[in-house]
Write a protein that binds this ligand. Structure first.
Ligand SMILES: *Cc1c(COP(=O)(O)O)cnc(C)c1O
Length: 460
């Protein structure tokens, strides 16, 4: 929406009336929010005409890039035909049928059923109710504990925030709710450096087993994890972790759930992160890349084992007014079809993903305060450290990260700080030349960052 206001007016009205998510209103309003007005490909423009490289694809979601002309056309036609109808009472509509059919085609084998939501958080809450229902209809209502991980992110609703392991979120609103347990994250750099990554992967999986035994397998409904932790700072588990977690879940008959809200729809070079990390969940949750953020929609993919029980299990008393919303479904369908038919996911796997990983390591590998340079596909990170030789982190977790993130932002590059992890997840349509451009800017920002670290005497 382009209204005839100045940037100052937008900032003033924003400060007066808009409460931002995950934001301290006071400090934001002192600075004034940056007003973003337009997007095209991997670029955004602000109201002052700056062209910005969006290294985060919005919030890890604009997989197909900004400014597509076909998606608004699909939305316009669907709104004209049928702007809204529900799917609660023995009705359906072509948009949701076509999307479900297409999603069953791109999903890993054994995922034929989809439940729709409007967001990742709703997908997670839906999954939580679904796994408990799954056990209850089989006469095991006490099998209801969900195990998540510290520093995992599963959204901001009461269920999702409880299952997630962000303690600063638990501190507000009396979370977590009962029936949630957490185990430590498979972060080798912090917890496993005295082992090989492969040994550590098995050790971290054993934390899951220990927790299942502590709670009692007869009480554990599911283990839930992101294939790669996104908001936690792009924590990529060692290759041994997920297959071992899967073995453990099977051993104790605990459902295995992947939260694919970030990893899904091509981010890691495969359609889903479970394929990259080599495991087979019973259920997985999605949102973000499903519509590339063009409209809000989420989907829970239900594997055959769970679907068979649900189909035979009577009413599942759950759903949203906008579950399978026709316009969102039509846009998601066009988005997923384009990701597939234009070879965008394939390109991440075979071309731009490998190129990004090579350039990412070459760009950041030699800085004094950058370590654990990592990534796969088009999701990557590194950690800012006080002393690389001794693997010492900065004493105040997050300060260096914010400093670094702000330098990027001042230079019209968006990358994100998760504590002192710096992460990037650009639109999947990024070209090799654009990767060079993005990392050229990022490298110069890091030089500047290290200069500030030295000047402030933060170096170890
Ligand atoms: C973003 C995210 C969510 C929450 O999605 P919303 O659409 O913000 O509700 C859940 N899980 C993961 C892994 C996410 O990254």
């Amino acid at each position: 929406m382009q209204t005839a206001r100045t940037t100052e007016q937008w900032r003033e009205l924003d400060a007066a009336h808009h409460l931002h998510p995950f934001t301290d209103p006071h400090s934001l309003n002192q600075q004034g929010a940056r007003v973003i007005t337009r997007g095209e490909g991997i670029h955004l423009w602000d109201s002052e005409g700056h062209k910005i490289i969006d290294g985060m694809a919005g919030l890890w979601c604009v997989n197909i890039g900004y400014g597509r002309k076909d998606l608004p056309e699909v939305a316009r036609r669907q709104m004209e035909d049928l702007a809204y109808y529900n799917t609660f009472f023995k009705t359906t509509h072509p948009a949701v049928v076509e999307l479900s059919h297409l999603l069953s085609e791109v999903a890993p084998e054994g995922f034929r059923h989809i439940f729709y939501t409007n967001s990742g958080s709703e997908s997670v809450d839906t999954m939580m109710r679904m796994v408990r229902h799954f056990w209850a209809v089989q006469g095991k209502p006490e099998k209801k504990v969900l195990i998540g991980r510290w520093n995992g992110y599963h959204g901001s609703t009461i269920g999702g925030a409880s299952l997630g392991g962000m303690t600063y979120m638990h501190e507000q609103g009396d979370l977590p709710i009962p029936g949630i347990e957490h185990v430590e994250q498979p972060w080798w750099y912090k917890y496993g450096k005295d082992m090989t990554p492969e040994e550590f992967g098995l050790a971290a999986a054993r934390w899951v087993e220990d927790k299942i035994l502590e709670v009692g397998p007869e009480r554990v409904a599911a283990f839930v994890g992101e294939p790669i932790q996104g908001a936690g700072g792009v924590i990529i588990p060692p290759s041994t972790y997920w297959p071992e977690v899967e073995r453990i879940c099977r051993k104790y008959d605990v459902l295995l759930v992947a939260d694919e809200v970030i990893c899904g729809f091509g981010r890691t070079g495969e359609w889903f992160g479970q394929q990259t990390m080599g495991f087979h969940p019973d259920i997985f949750t999605t949102a973000k890349g499903l519509s590339s953020g063009y409209l809000p929609i989420g989907a829970v993919f239900v594997g055959d084992r769970v679907a068979n029980v649900l189909v035979a299990g009577g009413d599942f008393n759950h759903g949203f007014t906008y579950s399978g919303h026709p316009v969102a479904a039509a846009v998601a369908h066009a988005n997923v079809k384009a990701l597939r038919d234009e070879g965008i996911v394939d390109r991440v796997k075979n071309e731009t993903g490998p190129y990004m990983q090579e350039r990412w390591r070459a760009t950041f590998g030699n800085f004094d305060h950058v370590d654990d340079v990592r990534g796969v596909g088009l999701i990557q990170g590194f950690t800012l450290v006080r002393n690389k030789a001794t693997h010492e982190l900065f004493p105040e977790w997050g300060t260096a990260g914010t400093m670094c993130r702000d330098i990027f932002f001042e230079n019209n590059l968006i990358m994100r700080a998760c504590g002192d992890h710096i992460v990037a997840a650009p639109p999947l349509v990024i070209t090799k030349a654009e990767i060079d451009e993005m990392l050229g800017v990022a490298g110069r920002c890091l030089e500047r960052f290290e200069k500030v670290v030295r000047e402030k005497g933060m170096a170890g």
